[in-house]
Write a protein that binds this ligand. Structure first.
Ligand code: G6Q
Length: 553
């Protein structure tokens, strides 16, 4: 039995769960008029409403007790001060340093890391500004019109999500492209309409060894050489973001165009670093600073607000409540702002790669469940797709709803329609629809008693389905920075409570290692027998079929 499941707070929560599990949120709302005031918090432009959750004061008190029992405040300090809490990789976890706005040194391994961070950011901004202002010229003295970020996972999802989210702040004559899939279609579909004379590549790879990225990077370089007929001036068209400067130079990238990241920045937490080069090119230095400022404000809140008023802490505790006590297996993230359309994919990595672990910090298998399956989609699209399961399925899927008070163009007709859905959905998920309500509704539609009786079971909604709502004024860079940081810290808190290392990713490393081995076996037509019979069968079928067609190298 783990310490966690034997802790006083955990046992008390189990008992409390038995008492509250059948209580309907309708009752909780009926009991108190100030439930919204009690269970909502405001941080700058963001309102966090967690009142539509299956909690009462005792739940919150016990969950906070759990956070205190695992010494959460101490862990928060450990992270911010650069202790090597990523113990399996012997690394500090310092994405917060990348947005630190203070004038105080931050010493890691005897060195103040802030000056180097700021110096590197200056270089990133200089390059970005040259490209944005058309001062950066390609091999044939033309300005850049297209930027292609080649990277995957943490070197892709964050920059893509932010660039899409802040689309209104991007330049109309500078197109951003993001290539991640090693499937040739991704890079070739992207390059098909581009002009090498006006295209600039960013090879974003912390290790500079990731197969997918390196194969795509090689294809891009070859495309450039083929089209322009020589390797000359390649430095005008290629840059790299990496911690492996040597490999980037070997690839042929000029030292001036190589931007550093450090091993204390995890890939999925790296959009704040030079990995954000594509973001800075897309939105400009000022907006990027706003993004950092928004995240910094949340960092300050997370570090200093008392746990009971701390938004990421409460978000995390609610997740624990559903995951470990209600045994919910998943959580949905449902942005209603179209510009956040890549946010679910981004969060999926941030959360599942961080907390999808079954071994605790002491190397033991845990006896409780950890990270949920995170999924999501633009809320409106989800309503016409999987919301059916959220309303009437047999599984509880706690959901986060994110919505803006006003959107970029502030068009009333659209926004009113959008927001009526936001409010209606959270209300419906909470309240459901009783037999009596269904009866009245069907009666008003003119159905007779027999028809009503037949339809009744299908039209009843049990409700009591939890949602939390983040309502923000508008999706500007600062607010986006804050939203991302809220989720980063939520994930961290859950990792602390589950006693797992949220900052390594051995599952990802496994994929990289396995693919490398099998790639060798695909070099020739010899049939293989080194795997299980299914894998052998699949590889050999592939080889036989492939040999019937002549393909390019
Ligand atoms: C993120 C992971 C992983 C990583 C990619 C790309 O936290 O480590 O998603 O970002 O595998 O790695 P490189 O940046 O090294 O190419």
């Amino acid at each position: 039995m783990s310490e966690l499941t034997q802790s006083k707070a955990w046992l008390a929560l189990l008992k409390h769960y038995d008492e509250i599990k059948l209580v309907h949120m309708r009752e909780l709302f009926d009991q108190s008029d100030n439930r919204f005031a009690r269970y909502s918090l405001q941080l700058n432009d963001i309102l966090y409403d967690y009142s539509k959750n299956r909690i009462n004061d005792e739940t919150v008190e016990l969950l906070l007790q759990l956070a205190n029992d695992v010494e959460l405040p101490l862990w928060i300090e450990k992270m911010f001060s650069g202790e090597p809490i990523n113990h399996t990789e012997h690394r500090a976890v310092l994405h917060t340093a990348l947005r630190d706005q203070r004038d105080q040194p931050l010493i890691v391994d005897g060195i103040d890391i802030l000056p180097e961070i700021r110096e590197e950011r200056k270089r990133v901004k200089q390059l970005a500004e040259k490209i944005r202002t058309r001062k950066w010229r390609g091999a044939t003295n033309q300005a850049i019109t297209d930027v292609v970020n080649i990277g995957i996972g943490g070197s892709h999802l964050g920059p893509l999500m932010v660039t899409e989210a802040l689309r209104p702040h991007t330049l109309h004559d500078l197109n951003m492209h993001f290539v991640s899939n090693v499937d040739e279609n991704h890079i070739n579909d992207t390059l098909e309409y581009l002009n090498p004379e006006t295209t600039f590549f960013i090879i974003a790879s912390k290790t500079f060894t990731t197969q997918d990225t390196m194969v795509n990077a090689e294809t891009a370089r070859q495309w450039y050489i083929n089209k322009l007929g020589s390797e000359e001036c390649i430095e005008r068209h290629f840059s790299a973001v990496t911690s492996n400067v040597t490999l980037a130079k070997d690839f042929g990238i000029a030292e001036n165009n190589i931007f550093k990241i450090w091993d204390w920045v995890g890939g999925r937490y790296s959009l704040w670093s030079s990995i954000g080069l594509s973001i800075v090119i897309a939105i400009g230095a000022e907006q990027f600073d706003e993004l950092l400022a928004g995240a910094y404000e949340v960092d300050q809140h997370f570090r200093h607000a008392p746990l009971e008023k701390n938004i990421p802490v409460l978000m995390a505790l609610l997740g624990i409540w559903y995951n470990n006590f209600f045994e919910a297996q998943s959580m949905a993230v449902l942005p209603y702002d179209q510009h956040l359309h890549r946010f679910p994919a981004y969060l999926q990595q941030a959360d599942m790669e961080s907390n999808g672990k079954y071994v605790d910090r002491q190397g033991h298998e845990v006896d409780y469940t950890t990270g949920p399956v995170v999924f999501g989609e633009i809320g409106i699209a989800g309503q016409h797709a999987f919301f059916q399961l959220l309303h009437q399925g047999t599984k509880m899927v706690p959901a986060d709803i994110l919505a803006p008070v006003y959107d970029f163009r502030c068009i009333v007709k659209h926004h009113r329609a959008l927001m009526s859905n936001v409010f209606a959905q959270t209300e419906a998920l909470m309240r459901g629809k009783t037999e009596q309500e269904v009866y009245q509704e069907l009666k008003a539609e003119g159905l007779d008693e027999i028809q009503i009786k037949q339809l009744m079971p299908y039209k009843v909604f049990l409700g009591n389905r939890p949602t939390s709502t983040l309502l923000f004024d508008t999706l500007d860079a600062k607010t986006l920075g804050s939203i991302i940081a809220l989720y980063e810290h939520k994930i961290f808190v859950q990792g602390v409570i589950w006693n797992i290392n949220s900052f390594d990713q051995w599952g990802v490393e496994l994929g990289k290692q396995l693919a490398k081995n099998i790639a060798h076996e695909l070099n020739d037509e010899k049939l293989v027998k080194s795997h299980d019979c299914s894998t052998n069968g699949l590889i050999n079928h592939y080889k036989r079929q492939r040999s019937k067609k002549t393909c390019k190298k």
